[in-house]
Design a protein around this ligand. Sequence first.
Ligand code: BTN
Length: 347
Amino acid sequence: MTTDAKILAALRANPSGVSGAHLAEELTISRAAIWARMDELRQAGYNIEAGPHFGYRLVSAPDALHADDLLARLHGQREHPRQPEHNPQKHPTANIATHHKIGRDIRVFEETTSTNDVIEKLARDGVPEGVVVFAESQTKGRGRLGRKWVSPTHKGLWFSILLRPELSPQETTQLTAASATALRRAIQYVTGLAVVIKWPNDLLIGGKKVVGILTEMSAEVDRVRHVILGIGVDVNQEVEDFPPEIRNIATSLKIESGQAISRAELATTILRELDADYARIYSGKFSELADEWETGCATIGQKVSVQMGSRLIRGCAEALDDDGALLVRTEHGHLERVIGGDVTLEK
Ligand code: BTN
């Protein structure tokens, strides 16, 4: 962690205050250097009080995302998982070991074309897996099936993660399941809202989409070089922030909960949960994860239509198979195995 991340982690771990002398000793820098860092943090929007009796204490943090603060929060959540006030549940994966891969390097950009593009470049430069890139806005955010993804400034979480999994290309469905289940848990935990999965990994609240995931892969026939998980979470938009043509199918956490959500808290909870599910894949517990995916998947048991290229299938989504494909019983009684395409839930 950087010095600022360590300072923010210490301030968060000690809400009633921490002395400059203690910080200086812990970080092996002078008290004057601590004072200078506090000043820089204040200029970045952190309200940090100083007093002779309590030392330094953090009163509030800005809404803007800062890499050091995200690292500090992630570290703090691992050390002392804290419960949101409205949520009496224990931290969802408090009992699951994480392996601290996802989020060990976090980078924040004010604007990019697409965070998936930034990660693609980092992947080609040989950066280790687990690096996460957030952008406050994207000029060319993209969705599945060549669609555009609208990413208004400071309103949502637009980020991508680089993974270098030891999986075959066919096994990467495991990552689809991991991303859907981890995001569902994190959002339910932070907001208290009920979230369902629309196969394979859209998340819906009240029938409207709130999260989209774009998985891009570089692979040889039997080996994955890298996978990019690109995640868009609609957090604090108002209805008018969405283009009119998607207002009846998209929503935000703020619209659904009636209150603004801390993007930084949500971001780090998502990274923690994703890391836990990535660790589950590595410790041979994918079947646990697949069960959770199926339980949260509202598509099972529903009438669906699936557009696969020029082919349209209509039927009932019966189950997921062991590889995560959707099994659809068609109107003609055939069982079709769907591995991609655009699924619509029929009324
Ligand atoms: C979809 O549902 O169509 C997937 C949407 C994925 C959007 C995210 S935002 C961050 C990352 N960068 C992109 O350009 N797309 C993904």
